[in-house]
Design a protein around this ligand. Structure first.
Ligand SMILES: Nc1ncnc2c1ncn2[C@@H]1O[C@H](COP(=O)(O)OP(=O)(O)OP(=O)(O)O)[C@@H](O)[C@H]1O
Length: 296
């Protein structure tokens, strides 16, 4: 179906399901994703998120329902696990060209776009969790995808790194206009920039904007009231940027080692709770503890 802008979806799932060994892994999935949109799949372990993503990109054929894709579009896929023998030395630039042929210039540009150009010759085993996820993103982006599928992009990444990665994903959407299918079992943070959250539990439990899902009774029934309170909406306002080296560049152009409430760069909202790393631009964990969205 066309939307108001007249653009057809890159991918449409209608009542799609996968069955294995007489059991439905996931069933009744309805999903549309257009260029420039971010759809986030959330749900507990084993709820069918990866299976749904694999149907969306055509790796798995649905056993019921249908999956339609626009013809001739390119997918960039960052899998949850990578089948690589980690005992073998592997540099970041080699990782980039394992399965795709890229010139040195293309490799450098892709690494630069995710802020790790300086790590081209580093060994993959030595990367931090956040650097490794950036390397995988660079590898997927080098294909210039129309659809980017990210399976758990913040795994092994700490809280500040998570925010920096979500910033980067937003930038990628803005700069390239690709569609993004994001998978997360991290219920703590869902990007506010997500257009649609689809909450799975073997079927679609609820869907909508992050705000709507966080308040939905189905979501609260599935995860319990306490867990429901931890669905924080990462409210992206871009009043500062997390630089690849961990420092923070503020809107006034100044750079500091950290971002602290009260450093004069932010409109502070100190609620006296855990994780008060939060301030203007990072509605995250204290939003969670407050059980709702926190706007300015
Ligand atoms: N080929 C298969 N054969 C049988 N069962 C499978 C197969 N692939 C996946 N499953 C099962 O299907 C269910 C859904 O798996 P899936 O990987 O889609 O879940 P997920 O929501 O992505 O989970 P996680 O958050 O743990 O990554 C799981 O119970 C999994 O064990």
């Amino acid at each position: 179906m066309l939307n108001i802008s007249g653009e057809a979806p890159l991918v449409t799932l209608r009542n799609a399901g996968i069955q294995r060994g007489g059991r439905w892994l996931v069933r009744g999935v309805e999903l549309e994703l257009r260029k420039g949109e971010i759809v986030t799949l959330i749900g507990p372990n084993g709820s069918g998120k990866s299976t749904t993503a694999k149907m969306a990109i055509g790796v798995l054929k649905p056993d019921e329902g249908s999956v339609e894709r626009l013809r001739d579009f390119t997918v960039g896929y960052v899998p949850q696990k990578l089948a690589v023998d980690w005992t073998m030395p592997l540099s970041v630039e080699r990782l980039m060209t394992l399965t795709v042929k890229l010139s040195k210039r293309e490799v450098d540009a892709a690494l630069d776009a995710v802020g790790i150009a300086h790590l081209a010759r580093a060994q993959v085993q030595n990367l931090s969790g956040g650097e490794f996820q950036r390397a995988l993103l660079a590898r997927a982006m080098a294909r210039k995808p129309d659809l980017l599928v990210l399976d758990e992009p913040v795994q092994g990444v700490d809280f500040a790194g998570e925010i920096a990665l979500y910033d980067l994903i937003s930038d990628i959407r803005r700069k390239t206009g690709c569609g993004i299918l994001l998978i997360s079992h991290d219920l703590h943070v869902v990007m506010a920039e997500t257009d649609t959250v689809v909450c799975l539990n073997g079927h679609v439990c609820c869907r909508g904007t992050p705000d709507i899902v966080s308040q939905s009774p189905e979501y609260q029934r599935l995860f319990g009231v306490a867990a429901a309170r931890t669905l924080a909406v990462y409210n992206h306002r871009h009043d500062h940027t997390h630089l690849p080296d961990g420092r923070v560049q503020h809107q006034d152009g100044s750079i500091t080692d950290n971002c602290h409430p009260g450093d004069g760069h932010h409109h502070d909202h100190d609620h006296g709770e855990k994780h008060h790393h939060q301030h203007h631009g990072e509605g995250t964990a204290s939003t969670a503890l407050n059980g709702g969205r926190h706007d300015g």
